[in-house]
Design a protein around this ligand. Structure first.
Ligand code: SF4
Length: 735
């Protein structure tokens, strides 16, 4: 590492300033028609709108020294002055690495332009990356160009010959793994290793809204295996990697990046703030500037600001976008951005350092999984849900089912008196002709009126391997279903609960949840404005995760809870927490109750303080009720760590703690007032006020206060009714 490299470390700690990583789409013109292209509707714009070489030079002069510049397109080599454009950046910005991604069509031309680029490179390392998406037949089909594979291979051979004669140059293949080539990866890699022998073998995961949506249906297991084979080849020395200073750090960064891409694709989980719009920028051929290529948002056009990049970069529009990215906790699978985040995000550094030190000799691949359930019944109990039932049905049909044609959405009506049934039937008529979608049907509650009867009816009629019990007023993220189902790979798992997320307002009539990828070009996930994530919510999530790892979760979310259909479950009338009670029945049968942290459903926060108080108190009463009804499980070795450790802990946390806290505060206050001298009383009062100023302390006291009040109500003999209608609509609390 040279002294000059210290600037990148400084940049990581102070992410303000101009970008040091630029992706530049030098042209939109393309000579291929790739099925996975997410840029298809914007290709082949007139060449006249492209920035001229002079304009590009003026932009480059306003940019700082760069770490990395990447040219993309369209097909970059269709731009006649590509070598001059590269020369401009090498002269003014001296990037450590300059990459050009090409489809490899017209080998002689690419070789000749690459020579010109090398002549202008100064101290920049040049990498040419040629796309190979499969063996000959697959590649030509997916690229829409007969003979593309042959030409790409010819280009790669010419680049290899160039590499023998030039320092500071490397060549690689790049493969986009998607729904129609994932299973061919191992054969392609073998061919590349034997016939091409490149310095590197890149992998991209399909993203966005591609020309052919079928490409999005990618087998992540196959992608993960391709990543693992690459890790083995690099650590085993059969894939040499480019030879530039810090290339071992670059290799470590790649490994962390791939792991993160796969993690986001599988779970949608947020890890750290994205540095797109801070460290990295994207510029299009016409001068439009964006934070990244995924969000369908431009900051502006350099032509509108006299080609002064910094005027765009430090504009209010750029600040707004950066704020939205941070507040929305934006995440995606775009490799370039993830790579930048790994290098410039301190939260990634421990993992990066470990990878760098170990050289990637540690496998990151999970053990093979057992077969997963294939069919799902989405069970929606319903009474007077006319305001939300249409949204709920569409959201349910839109989930990503493991096998949609074997799955179903089943609504059980519990005697609605509003338009619920009429709306359900209209949705059945609407979905009747859809192919490869779950079947939608509805039944009447066959038992005594109430939610327990509705659930019982649904459990008996369900046909799926797994039953997803869900409330009508929540919406579930599309990817939440596979994320939850993945936990059934453990045959001991009987129940899986999702994660609750609150927002101020759900859209009235949308099949999408707020956490679903929302922008037209797809691929990014942002939390909606108004997302609420209180200290209590975070604490309870942590408790659930720990419980899930230990043995079983106690407080499942009835708004999204999945049961193996093979379980024997009997909803009990009069138990308000039917979800918890049913899960405990599963635990009694020896199955575990697991928590899928990344399987989110969204719910509206009650709008008024009094509604929130009522909901909290009702929730507290239902917990107290179900704990009492299942008290025989506490301390029983036959229920494993759940019975011996978790249940006693939950009793202490949920029942003993609020009462203890209540007694301590009341008696303590009385004692201080009665016995302590006035200065002491005033000091204690001041301390109490100081503590109450903290939001965390207030929310802790409020939750325990609600719980204590719920327990007192239960002890006073008040009874809970069934959970109809929905909590948020309850005006006076029904006790
Ligand atoms: S979509 Fe979001 S996470 Fe992805 S690169 Fe853009 S800002 Fe970053």
């Amino acid at each position: 590492m040279s002294l000059g490299d210290a600037r990148w470390i400084r940049r990581a700690v102070h992410p303000g300033g101009l970008p040091v990583q630029l992706t530049f789409f030098v042209t939109s013109r393309c000579n291929a028609k790739c099925a996975h292209c997410f840029y298809g509707d914007q290709l082949n714009q007139p060449a006249e709108r492209e920035l001229t070489l002079e304009e590009i030079e003026r932009v480059a002069r306003g940019l700082p020294r760069m770490l990395w510049v990447a040219f993309g397109g369209g097909e970059p080599f269709l731009r006649r002055d590509l070598a001059e454009v590269a020369g401009v950046f090498c002269r003014w910005n001296r990037p450590r690495i300059l990459t050009v991604v090409t489809n490899g069509i017209h080998a002689d031309h690419i070789e000749s332009v690459t020579r010109d680029i090398l002549a202008k490179r100064r101290d920049t390392f040049i990498n040419i990356s040629v796309s190979l998406d499969g063996l000959a037949e697959t590649h030509d089909r997916e690229r829409g160009v007969p003979g593309n594979f042959r030409q790409a291979v010819e280009t790669l051979h010419k680049l290899r010959a160039l590499r023998e004669r030039h320092d500071g140059f490397g060549f690689s293949t790049i493969t986009t793994v998607h729904g129609r080539n994932a299973d061919e990866m191992a054969d392609l890699e073998r061919y590349i290793a034997e016939e091409i022998r490149p310095d590197n073998r890149g992998l991209n995961l399909v993203r966005g809204t591609p020309l052919d949506p079928a490409t999005l249906d990618v087998n992540l297991q196959a992608y993960g295996e391709a990543v693992e084979r690459k890790r083995r080849d690099v650590s085993g020395g059969t894939l040499p990697l480019q030879n530039f200073s810090l290339s071992t750090l670059n290799a470590a960064k790649e490994r962390v990046m791939y792991r993160d891409v796969e993690r986001v694709a599988r779970t949608g989980a947020y890890r750290a703030p994205c540095r797109a719009g801070r460290i990295g920028a994207v510029m299009y051929e016409n001068g439009d500037v964006a934070a990244c290529e995924i969000l369908d948002r431009k900051i502006g056009n350099v032509r509108d600001v006299g080609l002064d990049f910094s005027r765009l970069w430090f504009s209010p529009a750029a600040d707004t976008l950066r704020r939205e990215i941070d507040e929305g906790r934006c995440r995606c699978t775009w490799e370039c951005a993830v790579a930048t985040n790994v290098l410039f995000g301190p939260r990634y550094w421990p993992e990066l350092l470990r990878e760098w030190v170990t050289g990637g000799r540690r496998s990151s691949v999970a053990a093979p999984r057992a077969p997963l359930p294939q069919s799902v019944t989405v069970l929606i109990p319903c009474r007077d849900e006319a305001t939300v039932i249409r949204r709920k049905i569409r959201n349910s049909l839109n989930l990503r089912f493991p096998n949609a044609s074997q799955s179903e959405v089943l609504v059980i009506d519990d005697g609605s008196t509003d338009r619920s049934v009429e709306l359900i039937e209209a949705e059945i008529a609407r979905s009747a002709l859809a192919v490869d979608r779950p079947r939608l049907r509805w039944l009447r509650n066959r038992y005594a009126q109430g939610k327990a009867g509705a659930i019982q009816t649904g459990l008996e009629a369900a046909r799926g391997d797994v039953v997803l019990l869900t409330d009508a007023d929540v919406v579930i993220e599309r990817e939440a279903l596979p994320r939850a189902i993945a936990l059934f790979a453990d045959p001991r798992t009987g129940v899986v609960t999702g994660r609750q997320a609150y927002c101020e307002r759900l859209p009235d009539d949308s099949e999408e949840a707020p956490g679903d990828p929302w922008n037209r070009r797809g691929g990014a996930v942002m939390d909606p404005p108004g997302r609420v994530d209180s200290l209590y919510d975070r604490l309870m999530r942590r408790v659930r995760s720990l419980e899930s790892r230990l043995d079983s979760v106690l407080l499942v979310h009835g708004q999204m809870v999945l049961f193996r259909r093979s379980l024997t479950l009997e909803p009990r009338a009069g138990i308000a927490s039917d979800d918890v009670d049913l899960s405990l029945q599963a635990r009694r049968q020896g199955y575990r109750i697991r928590y899928a942290e990344e399987a989110r459903f969204w719910e509206e926060r009650p709008r008024t303080r009094s509604a929130r108080t009522q909901q909290g108190k009702r929730h507290g009463m239902s917990i107290a009720q179900v704990l009492w009804a299942n008290r025989d499980m506490v301390g029983r070795p036959r229920y494993g760590l759940f019975g011996m450790l978790d249940l006693p802990f939950q009793w202490a946390l949920l029942l003993a703690q609020p009462i203890g806290l209540f007694l301590m505060l009341t008696l303590g206050t009385a004692a201080v007032i009665a016995l302590a001298p006035l200065p002491w009383t005033l000091a204690v009062a001041a301390l109490a006020l100081l503590a109450a100023a903290s939001k965390g302390v207030r929310s802790y006291l409020v939750m325990n206060g609600l719980m204590a009040s719920a327990i007192v109500s239960m002890l006073a003999g008040r009874q809970l009714t069934d959970r109809w209608p929905r909590d948020r609509d309850i005006a006076p609390l029904e006790l």
